[in-house]
Design a protein around this ligand. Structure first.
Ligand SMILES: C[S@@+](CC[C@H](N)C(=O)[O-])C[C@H]1O[C@@H](n2cnc3c(N)ncnc32)[C@H](O)[C@@H]1O
Length: 320
């Protein structure tokens, strides 16, 4: 038997494509934003000057939501402006999905508001929904729906290209190895690159020929960075790192600590025991546990050196 290819990328309409393709495990997509909710600022001008694609319409949103709901077995994640998040929420619910919540991508290096008339836009929304067919779970423990990453400014192939590490974080948090992730509005296939780097399969569509061709080139390249977030394979404090690497290393350690706590379940573990499980020094692990505790992702029982830590998903069993 010949294995299915790890990725399929097609030039064409993503809604029709997804409907024809059949079921996928997840849909993670970044469709065009609507114009109607952006009216009143410069967005229309910007779009007509720079973007090679049309804005989202009500019809396309509803068709997309129906196709996504029909074909997605587990999570659907849709990037949009915060102003249109409620429209995607309504469309996905109407199409039969269960709405979970709206998350945020915090754009670390967002452009300033050049005219200085008010604050700049610092984030994008991610509407998160789940199929009603399967039970819901994810890999992110109890942490909030906030992801932080820098906008792509160097070597960008697409005017609204998503940062690869942002997509990697979403793929890690919501999907499992071997699963198939669809992106019906794939641009230059950033979702696909992240999916393949983490051992997932990818199926995507893109309407614009140039973006599609660049997406294929990227998918055919050796993986950008096949390093999964867990187990952590970078040594923290390594020599020269790009800006933000320290934050990222912290996030990776937090993830690895949380995964270790998930794995031990209601038994919990001493902080000293986590040193072996989560690949960090005792001091780093202690700091990580404090961060996770602040986010409500972990709980502790006992005092001082006998403190046992538990994932918030697996609190200690209380004695009657
Ligand atoms: C916001 S961009 C996605 C960028 C992508 N996240 C990336 O990192 O490259 C949306 C893309 O959807 C494409 N698009 C718009 N309508 C489409 C449709 N009906 N089917 C497939 N692609 C479509 C646009 O050409 C555009 O490249």
């Amino acid at each position: 038997m010949v294995d299915a290819p790890p990725w399929i990328y097609r030039h064409g309409d993503g809604v029709d494509g997804l409907l024809a393709h059949g079921p996928v495990d997840h849909t993670i997509t970044d469709p065009p934003f609507s114009l109607d909710v952006e009216e009143g600022n410069d967005a229309i001008e910007v779009r007509s000057n720079q973007f090679k694609f049309d804005a989202m319409t009500e019809d396309l949103r509803n068709r997309t939501a129906r196709a996504v709901a029909q074909q997605t077995r587990r999570w659907a994640l849709v990037f949009c402006s915060i102003e249109e998040a409620h429209l995607w929420r309504f469309a996905l619910i109407s199409a039969g999905m269960s709405y979970w919540r709206t998350g945020l991508w915090v754009r670390e290096n967002t452009a300033p508001q050049f005219n200085g008339m008010g604050p700049a836009q610092g984030f994008e929304a991610i509407v998160i929904a789940h199929s009603r067919a399967l039970s819901q779970r994810w890999n992110g423990g109890g942490k909030p729906a906030i992801w932080s990453a820098r906008i792509v400014k160097v070597d960008r192939m697409h005017e609204t290209q998503k940062p690869w590490d942002l997509m990697r974080d979403l793929v890690c948090d919501f999907t499992d190895e071997g699963e198939t992730i669809a992106d019906p509005f794939a641009g230059v296939a950033t979702t696909g690159i992240a999916a393949l780097g983490l051992g997932r399969r990818f199926v995507g569509w893109e309407l614009n020929e140039e973006h599609y061709a660049n997406g294929v080139k990227r998918l055919e390249l050796p993986l950008l960075d096949p390093r999964p977030r867990t187990p952590v394979q970078t040594s923290i404090g390594d020599a020269i790192k790009p800006k933000g690497a320290r934050t990222r290393a912290r996030m990776e350690l937090d993830r690895s600590v949380l995964n270790a706590l998930e794995a031990v379940g209601t038994d919990g573990v001493l902080a000293s025991g986590l040193v072996d499980l989560a690949d960090g020094t005792r001091r780093q692990i202690d700091r990580s546990l404090k961060r996770l505790q602040t986010h409500g992702a972990v709980v502790r029982k006992g005092r001082t050196s006998q403190t046992r830590w538990f994932s918030a998903n697996h609190p200690p069993e209380t004695t009657p």
